[in-house]
Design a protein around this ligand. Sequence first.
Ligand code: 3SL
Length: 245
Amino acid sequence: MKIQYCPTPEAVPSSGQPDAAVVIDVLRATTTMGWALHNGATAVHVFAQLDALQRAAGAAPPDKRLLAGERGGQRLEGFDLGNSPVAVTPAVVEGKQLFLSTTNGTRALERVQAAPHVLTCSLNNLEAVAERLQTGAVGHGWIVGSGWEGGYSLEDSLAAGALLHTMAAALGSNPHHLCGNDEMIAAGALWQVWREKPEACLRLATHGQRLQRLGNHDADFRCCAAVNSLAVVPTQTHPGMFQLV
Ligand code: 3SL
């Protein structure tokens, strides 16, 4: 297996496809997606653009849909939810479809929508994703970080490195033998530095600092930094639609 890491949607190659693409937005979109589906949401539909979200949500039964999302970390006006993983409790999401748009995460998901398999990963579901890639006999995988508005983000690269090490452990392989590019090697090294204190890394990251400036997000940080707290793998079942399969 060879894994290539693209730290931003813009770094995704413009030609060719992997066997599977794994999208990461630790703070906070792919963490929220994992918890929403774990807590009983029937699907999460993702949109880069708000007008497309409004059109799709408008076609869903009002009592079965929730509009969720943010721009710049702040909940969108008129939406039911922002993008907090601790807000998507069973009482809120069970039996509902989420229509989600975020600053970067849903853009990254849209960028790889055409890949044959698209999964989402966070620090919460590393082992579950590694197992899925292993059983799927993925030969060539892409890990795609969401970054921030086209730039690198520390927290997504941390999780990419964590996934590399988790896969290597599952395969009994040297992590370096799985690396398909220098970005993947660097992300693996990042995880080795921070693996004992991932929450500190998330708080140090530029977007972590932005969230701290916006208000008290302690519960979100704790949740986003909790390694292997979830056993679910949000999986694209139709373009832009994620479910548990
Ligand atoms: O960038 C994104 O897509 C979001 O996850 C950002 S936030 O953590 O919800 O502010």
